[in-house]
Design a protein around this ligand. Structure first.
Ligand code: COA
Length: 151
């Protein structure tokens, strides 16, 4: 037990932990199959944060041409406000730059002030809103983007 946060690529063995995070964080959680199918794509990148072998957070990215789209970032409630989501975003940005991507995009619920604050602190800017983008409950999305400075 050293409480060190380890960031590494998600593997099939991490899927149950990732589903547990989904169920604790979202009204429409991804299933084990959704993770397995996404991990198998050659244009997806997933990282997990683990503490003492327990998966406490994850981030996912889909690559389309020279830009990335964040699928989600989530951290178990009891591990929040410790910089874990920030570390996951930094990790995915480093990986995206290594892949020569020029920008990262994402959508976030308009009411999700904590996530919007996280993204703004990590260099994402608000590009506008998409009406009724989300279900359960129906809500607008804020579209955000971070340009990646060339290496
Ligand atoms: N209220 C206000 N600001 C918040 C916040 C909150 N509840 N949580 C994070 N932030 C902002 C702060 O500026 C924070 O910096 P600070 O702690 O120095 O003030 C900064 O984001 C970095 O926070 P960090 O500790 O890296 O984030 P985290 O590990 O707690 O994870 C989320 C943040 C959003 C991923 C986490 O709350 C979560 O999993 N939420 C549920 C899932 C979700 O909504 N994901 C986003 C979907 S688009």
């Amino acid at each position: 037990m050293n409480n060190e946060v380890v960031l590494r690529r998600m593997t099939a063995g991490d899927i149950p932990g990732a589903v547990e995070i989904e169920q604790k964080c979202f009204s429409m959680p991804w299933s084990e199959k959704a993770f397995a199918d996404s991990l198998a794509l050659d244009y997806s990148v997933f990282f997990v944060a683990s503490i003492d072998e327990k998966i406490v957070g994850y981030v996912g990215l889909y690559i389309a041409y020279d830009e990335g789209d964040i699928t989600n970032v989530a951290v178990l409630p009891e591990y929040r406000r410790k910089g874990i989501a920030t570390s996951l975003l930094e990790k995915i940005v480093i990986d995206a730059k290594e892949k020569n991507l020029v920008a990262i995009n994402l959508e976030v619920r308009k009411s999700n002030k904590s996530a919007i604050a996280l993204y703004e602190k990590n260099g994402f800017v608000d590009l506008g809103h998409r009406k009724n983008f989300y279900e359960k409950p129906t809500e607008d999305a804020v579209i955000m983007k971070r340009q990646l400075e060339s290496r």
